[in-house]
Design a protein around this ligand. Structure first.
Ligand SMILES: [Fe+2]
Length: 197
Protein backbone atom coordinates (compact mmCIF):
# COMPACT_ATOMS: atom_id res chain seq x y z
CA UNK A 1 0.00 0.00 0.00
CA UNK A 2 1.49 3.29 -1.05
CA UNK A 3 1.84 5.96 1.52
CA UNK A 4 -0.71 8.64 0.76
CA UNK A 5 0.74 12.13 0.51
CA UNK A 6 -1.30 14.79 2.10
CA UNK A 7 -2.35 17.55 -0.32
CA UNK A 8 -0.47 20.78 0.25
CA UNK A 9 -2.47 23.40 2.07
CA UNK A 10 -4.11 25.68 -0.47
CA UNK A 11 -2.01 28.82 -0.70
CA UNK A 12 -4.00 32.00 -0.87
CA UNK A 13 -4.12 33.21 -4.46
CA UNK A 14 -2.34 36.47 -3.91
CA UNK A 15 -1.50 36.82 -7.60
CA UNK A 16 -5.10 37.25 -8.58
CA UNK A 17 -5.92 40.85 -9.51
CA UNK A 18 -8.71 42.33 -7.44
CA UNK A 19 -10.72 44.00 -10.15
CA UNK A 20 -14.19 45.59 -10.38
CA UNK A 21 -13.60 47.49 -7.16
CA UNK A 22 -15.91 50.29 -6.16
CA UNK A 23 -15.97 52.74 -3.29
CA UNK A 24 -17.10 56.22 -2.37
CA UNK A 25 -15.48 59.12 -4.21
CA UNK A 26 -12.83 60.86 -2.16
CA UNK A 27 -13.50 64.41 -3.38
CA UNK A 28 -16.58 65.84 -5.01
CA UNK A 29 -16.22 67.85 -8.20
CA UNK A 30 -16.39 71.53 -7.39
CA UNK A 31 -15.04 71.01 -3.88
CA UNK A 32 -11.59 72.45 -3.28
CA UNK A 33 -9.53 70.68 -0.68
CA UNK A 34 -7.20 72.80 1.42
CA UNK A 35 -3.49 72.40 0.69
CA UNK A 36 -0.78 74.23 2.64
CA UNK A 37 0.03 76.74 -0.11
CA UNK A 38 -0.86 79.90 1.82
CA UNK A 39 -3.89 80.71 -0.32
CA UNK A 40 -7.42 80.95 1.07
CA UNK A 41 -9.99 78.37 0.00
CA UNK A 42 -12.00 81.15 -1.62
CA UNK A 43 -9.09 82.30 -3.79
CA UNK A 44 -8.14 78.72 -4.71
CA UNK A 45 -11.75 77.89 -5.60
CA UNK A 46 -12.04 80.94 -7.85
CA UNK A 47 -8.81 80.03 -9.66
CA UNK A 48 -9.89 76.39 -10.03
CA UNK A 49 -13.15 77.48 -11.63
CA UNK A 50 -11.37 79.77 -14.10
CA UNK A 51 -8.72 77.18 -14.90
CA UNK A 52 -11.29 74.43 -15.55
CA UNK A 53 -13.03 76.71 -18.06
CA UNK A 54 -9.81 77.53 -19.88
CA UNK A 55 -8.80 73.85 -19.64
CA UNK A 56 -11.99 72.73 -21.42
CA UNK A 57 -11.43 75.35 -24.11
CA UNK A 58 -7.76 74.43 -24.50
CA UNK A 59 -8.57 70.71 -24.81
CA UNK A 60 -11.12 71.63 -27.49
CA UNK A 61 -8.62 73.78 -29.40
CA UNK A 62 -5.97 71.06 -29.06
CA UNK A 63 -8.35 68.48 -30.52
CA UNK A 64 -9.40 70.85 -33.28
CA UNK A 65 -5.74 71.09 -34.31
CA UNK A 66 -5.61 67.28 -34.65
CA UNK A 67 -8.83 67.28 -36.67
CA UNK A 68 -7.38 69.88 -39.05
CA UNK A 69 -4.03 68.03 -39.16
CA UNK A 70 -5.84 64.94 -40.46
CA UNK A 71 -8.38 66.65 -42.70
CA UNK A 72 -6.34 69.43 -44.38
CA UNK A 73 -6.20 69.46 -48.19
CA UNK A 74 -4.80 71.36 -51.15
CA UNK A 75 -1.42 72.74 -52.34
CA UNK A 76 -0.36 73.73 -48.80
CA UNK A 77 -1.29 70.31 -47.40
CA UNK A 78 2.14 69.32 -46.14
CA UNK A 79 3.00 72.65 -44.56
CA UNK A 80 -0.33 72.95 -42.75
CA UNK A 81 -0.31 69.26 -41.83
CA UNK A 82 3.00 69.77 -40.00
CA UNK A 83 2.09 73.14 -38.49
CA UNK A 84 -1.21 71.86 -37.09
CA UNK A 85 0.52 68.93 -35.44
CA UNK A 86 3.18 71.20 -33.91
CA UNK A 87 0.47 73.41 -32.42
CA UNK A 88 -1.40 70.30 -31.23
CA UNK A 89 1.69 69.14 -29.32
CA UNK A 90 2.22 72.57 -27.76
CA UNK A 91 -1.43 72.80 -26.71
CA UNK A 92 -1.22 69.26 -25.33
CA UNK A 93 1.64 70.29 -23.07
CA UNK A 94 -0.38 73.31 -21.97
CA UNK A 95 -3.36 71.07 -21.13
CA UNK A 96 -1.17 69.13 -18.71
CA UNK A 97 0.18 72.33 -17.16
CA UNK A 98 -3.32 73.73 -16.57
CA UNK A 99 -4.70 70.44 -15.21
CA UNK A 100 -1.81 70.01 -12.78
CA UNK A 101 -2.19 73.61 -11.59
CA UNK A 102 -5.83 72.84 -10.77
CA UNK A 103 -4.75 69.82 -8.71
CA UNK A 104 -2.02 71.91 -7.03
CA UNK A 105 -4.72 74.33 -5.88
CA UNK A 106 -6.69 71.45 -4.31
CA UNK A 107 -9.26 71.30 -7.11
CA UNK A 108 -10.25 68.60 -9.56
CA UNK A 109 -9.35 69.06 -13.20
CA UNK A 110 -11.83 68.20 -15.92
CA UNK A 111 -10.56 65.29 -17.97
CA UNK A 112 -13.12 63.33 -19.96
CA UNK A 113 -14.39 64.30 -23.40
CA UNK A 114 -18.06 64.45 -22.39
CA UNK A 115 -17.33 66.80 -19.49
CA UNK A 116 -15.14 68.96 -21.72
CA UNK A 117 -17.88 69.14 -24.37
CA UNK A 118 -20.42 70.29 -21.75
CA UNK A 119 -18.10 73.03 -20.51
CA UNK A 120 -16.31 74.53 -23.49
CA UNK A 121 -17.48 77.78 -25.07
CA UNK A 122 -15.53 77.11 -28.30
CA UNK A 123 -18.05 76.41 -31.10
CA UNK A 124 -18.10 72.79 -32.22
CA UNK A 125 -16.88 72.29 -35.80
CA UNK A 126 -18.80 69.93 -38.10
CA UNK A 127 -17.65 66.33 -38.50
CA UNK A 128 -17.36 67.13 -42.20
CA UNK A 129 -14.18 68.27 -43.92
CA UNK A 130 -13.74 71.96 -44.74
CA UNK A 131 -11.49 74.11 -46.95
CA UNK A 132 -8.18 75.30 -45.46
CA UNK A 133 -9.27 78.97 -45.10
CA UNK A 134 -12.29 77.81 -43.06
CA UNK A 135 -10.12 75.48 -40.95
CA UNK A 136 -7.72 78.37 -40.29
CA UNK A 137 -10.58 80.75 -39.43
CA UNK A 138 -12.05 78.29 -36.94
CA UNK A 139 -8.68 77.90 -35.22
CA UNK A 140 -8.22 81.68 -34.99
CA UNK A 141 -11.69 82.11 -33.51
CA UNK A 142 -10.96 79.47 -30.84
CA UNK A 143 -7.64 81.15 -30.01
CA UNK A 144 -9.36 84.52 -29.63
CA UNK A 145 -12.03 83.15 -27.28
CA UNK A 146 -9.30 81.63 -25.11
CA UNK A 147 -7.15 84.77 -25.14
CA UNK A 148 -10.07 86.97 -24.16
CA UNK A 149 -11.10 84.84 -21.19
CA UNK A 150 -7.50 84.18 -20.13
CA UNK A 151 -6.68 87.88 -19.90
CA UNK A 152 -9.56 88.58 -17.54
CA UNK A 153 -8.80 85.42 -15.53
CA UNK A 154 -5.15 86.50 -15.23
CA UNK A 155 -6.17 89.92 -13.92
CA UNK A 156 -8.56 88.31 -11.43
CA UNK A 157 -5.84 85.92 -10.19
CA UNK A 158 -3.41 88.82 -9.88
CA UNK A 159 -5.86 90.89 -7.83
CA UNK A 160 -6.59 87.85 -5.60
CA UNK A 161 -2.87 87.29 -4.95
CA UNK A 162 -2.70 83.94 -6.80
CA UNK A 163 0.62 84.62 -8.51
CA UNK A 164 1.13 81.02 -9.68
CA UNK A 165 -2.15 81.01 -11.63
CA UNK A 166 -1.51 84.49 -12.98
CA UNK A 167 1.96 83.43 -14.14
CA UNK A 168 0.65 80.28 -15.83
CA UNK A 169 -2.04 82.23 -17.66
CA UNK A 170 0.30 84.99 -18.81
CA UNK A 171 3.62 83.21 -19.38
CA UNK A 172 2.38 79.84 -20.64
CA UNK A 173 -1.12 80.25 -22.02
CA UNK A 174 -1.41 83.80 -23.35
CA UNK A 175 2.06 83.87 -24.90
CA UNK A 176 1.65 80.47 -26.57
CA UNK A 177 -1.77 81.36 -27.97
CA UNK A 178 -0.60 84.71 -29.29
CA UNK A 179 2.34 83.09 -31.06
CA UNK A 180 0.19 80.38 -32.61
CA UNK A 181 -2.27 83.03 -33.78
CA UNK A 182 0.58 84.74 -35.63
CA UNK A 183 1.63 81.52 -37.38
CA UNK A 184 -1.95 80.67 -38.39
CA UNK A 185 -2.93 84.22 -39.40
CA UNK A 186 -0.07 84.59 -41.87
CA UNK A 187 -1.62 81.78 -43.91
CA UNK A 188 -4.67 83.96 -44.49
CA UNK A 189 -2.78 86.91 -45.98
CA UNK A 190 -3.68 87.08 -49.65
CA UNK A 191 -0.27 87.68 -51.29
CA UNK A 192 0.84 86.40 -54.70
CA UNK A 193 2.85 83.20 -54.64
CA UNK A 194 4.79 83.59 -57.89
CA UNK A 195 4.17 86.87 -59.68
CA UNK A 196 4.05 90.16 -57.79
CA UNK A 197 0.97 92.34 -58.30
FE1 LIG B 1 -0.12 62.66 -37.65
Amino acid sequence: MSKSRSAPAAAPDRARPIDHQKAHEIQGFGHVTRLPIALSEKVAAQSVESLNQVLADTITLRDMYKKQHWQVSGPTFYQLHLLFDKHYEEQNELVDTIAERIQSLGGISLAMAGDVAETTIVPRPPKAREEPPVQLSRLLHAHEIILEEARSMARQADEAGDDGTNDLLVSDLIRLNEKQVWFVSEHLVDVPLVKAD
